[in-house]
Ligand binder design. Structure first.
Ligand code: HEM
Length: 69
């Protein structure tokens, strides 16, 4: 393992990162479609960066867990 693989509330961190990624994706789509009326800069400057970072870490963990150990 390149990254540590901690267990949080009895589940591996990657599971929680996956739920977080799903939440951020639905949040981003909800703001983009104006279902949620948050300021648009949250869509264009904040959530997409957070989503990109979470998804890259989540994907790397998945790859690491299945292919690199
Ligand atoms: C995974 C989903 C999405 C991601 C990662 C995303 C990301 C982004 C980003 C990074 C920008 C800024 C682009 C720029 O500054 O030129 C943007 C702008 C925008 N997004 Fe999204 N978006 C998503 C979904 C949606 C959806 C579902 C809608 C609406 C149907 C939407 C509507 C818009 C609009 C209207 C803009 C402003 C475009 C402009 O005037 O330049 N987005 N989005």
């Amino acid at each position: 393992m390149i990254l540590p693989d901690p267990i949080i509330f009895n589940k591996p961190l990657n599971i929680w990162l996956g739920f977080l990624a799903l939440f951020l994706l639905l949040l981003q789509i909800s703001i983009g479609t104006r279902i949620l009326k948050l300021p648009f800069w949250v869509h264009t400057r904040v959530v997409w960066i957070a989503l990109l970072i979470v998804v890259l870490i989540h994907g790397f963990y998945g790859f690491e867990l299945y292919f690199l150990r």
